[in-house]
Write a protein that binds this ligand. Sequence first.
Ligand SMILES: Nc1nc2c(ncn2[C@@H]2O[C@H](COP(=O)(O)OP(=O)(O)OP(=O)(O)O)[C@@H](O)[C@H]2O)c(=O)[nH]1
Ligand SMILES: [Mg+2]
Ligand SMILES: [Zn+2]
Length: 352
Amino acid sequence: MRQGTIVTDNSLLADLGWQPFFQQQLNLEELEQLTPARVVEQHRSLFELATAGRSTSLPVAPTLPPLTVGDWVLLDPSAKFVRRLDRKSCFKRKAAGSQLAEQLIAANIDTAFIVCSLNDDFNLSRIERYLAMVKEAGVTPVIVLSKADLCDDPGPSCAEVQALDPLLCVEPVNCLERTSIGALLPWCRAGETLVMLGSSGSGKSTLSNALLGANIQDTGSIREDDSKGRHTTTRRSLLLMPGGAMILDTPGMRELQLTDCEQGIELAFADISALAIGCRFNDCQHEAEPGCAVQQAIESADLDERRLNNYRKLLREQAHNSASFAQQRARHREFAKHVKRMHKERKHMLGE
Ligand SMILES: Nc1nc2c(ncn2[C@@H]2O[C@H](COP(=O)(O)OP(=O)(O)OP(=O)(O)O)[C@@H](O)[C@H]2O)c(=O)[nH]1
Ligand SMILES: [Mg+2]
Ligand SMILES: [Zn+2]
């Protein structure tokens, strides 16, 4: 495990984020014989795990179920994998590029810091996209507006983000200044797990270091973000805050394509769903229908047209991706059935 995240001899499972939700999944025999361990880093050929008082590892094998950083697994006395515990929450996206695959981002997260800098990176639609994913997972979002020191007046940008949802926690910070991050400490209680989400260069690792009180994660110097990608952080790592939360720093995501996220989108755009109740037609598309309460809200400037457009775009995107995955799953099922049938026929022919 990384320097600064070392599990000490007297570290307890609770320090690593072990909660009653996980404990309840073990029967008495398992409690006595098996060891719970948490995935803290993923490499090409192995998972690094942390458990009470020590670190260990698990070789990547085709027999393992899909695992991601933050997962809890049970190990037998010879450190062999027994099973993965049910997740409290899980983030996933459609893998970047043209390939049709889901990518797990993190599991068992309590709070997500959506880090967005107050300079060129500031983008309300991107914040809404992250919010939809975080709400789908049932995780508490906090919008961290970084680089407040580079901005003459963070006030107007903070107000724009707050306008997305009056209950949203929005905190402008200077990640380089430890005193500036005090407002985030209430979300960093011992035993809780936080994830840093946001574009490359937004300050996720700088903020992680400030919270950890040590320079554990490399941070990027000013650079051009070119098409080849210049991500300073290249893998997801779970880091232990001394006496506090576990922090999962992630590489910036160039592309966050949503999948299976309809409920999260509805929650992130609850104001639009609430307005739609007032539309004359139940199936109103909020385009040019008469008596559309959503269009009325746009005319009276109560709702931003950008927000409605982004809501529609995200719904379309998630529907398209979810349908593609459902088709792919159906094809795999068909293929498995076909193989089974062939085996049966072959056995029959051989008179077995
Ligand atoms: N002035 C100022 N600079 C910051 C702040 N936060 C981050 N930076 C700088 O921004 C650059 C990028 O920060 P990182 O923490 O590496 O960004 P990241 O989000 O981890 O980026 P990836 O790992 O590529 O995803 C570094 O040079 C930081 O010093 C801030 O609040 N104020
Ligand atoms: Mg980083
Ligand atoms: Zn309508």
